[in-house]
Design a protein around this ligand. Structure first.
Ligand SMILES: Cc1cc2nc3c(=O)[nH]c(=O)nc-3n(C[C@H](O)[C@H](O)[C@H](O)COP(=O)(O)O)c2cc1C
Length: 182
């Protein structure tokens, strides 16, 4: 390959139309993020009537060794103060048939706090946070640090318990749930 043709192979083309650089605003970012599929988890915290929880796609591992989880929660969401008060949370990885429960914990249908726990079975592991009995996996955490940034709080969790399910999981992409495996 001549020097000229190998250079051409790496030429950067000008993007046009819908592929052109989009003005950076909230709408543009939301639209770009719709392309990014995310695993659905239900974050749980609290006890009895003080429980609340949220459906998230933002839960993932910060590090494997040491075992640490990270989740970003809206500062205005009801779950953050419960997580801070109890110093715990559980990342309940949603299974393929948890779409209704995921909508419930997203506040769709108007259920609040402990009402979101209706219609599913719950147990506890180590931290005391509610654990979804038939979660694809449950990762029980004690809060290590809460970092408030902009609209959200970055919650770091020290993993203190793990429970396995033997099923598939639920993914959210472009406004729709997709069941994988199971
Ligand atoms: C698929 C999906 C993913 C979500 N991911 C997040 C997230 O990562 N962080 C977050 O703060 N809210 C997320 N939400 C929104 C929360 O579930 C919702 O705002 C919250 O449960 C309701 O807030 P409330 O408890 O104050 O009523 C997500 C919602 C859906 C449906």
């Amino acid at each position: 390959m001549s020097e000229q043709s190998s250079l051409r192979a790496f030429d950067v083309k000008e993007a046009t139309g819908d592929l052109a650089n989009h003005h950076v605003d909230a709408e543009g970012l939301k639209r770009a993020l719709r392309a990014l599929g995310g695993g659905v988890s239900i974050i749980t915290a609290g006890e009895g009537e003080t429980r609340s929880g949220a459906t998230v796609t933002s839960a993932t591992a910060l590090s494997i060794d040491p075992p640490r989880m990270i989740v970003t929660l809206n500062r205005s969401a009801s779950t953050l103060p419960v997580v801070e008060r109890y110093g715990h949370f559980c990342v309940n990885v949603a299974g393929p048939d948890h779409e209704t429960l995921a909508n419930q914990f997203a506040g769709r249908g108007g259920l609040k706090g402990a009402e979101r726990y209706l219609g599913a079975d719950w147990t506890r592991l180590v931290s005391g946070a509610p654990v979804l009995e038939d979660a694809a996996a449950a990762i029980d955490c004690e809060v290590e640090e809460v970092i408030e940034r902009h609209s959200h709080a970055i919650v770091l969790g020290r993993v203190v318990g793990i429970r396995f399910g033997n099923r598939g999981s639920l993914v959210y992409r472009d406004g729709q749930y997709y069941a994988l495996g199971g």
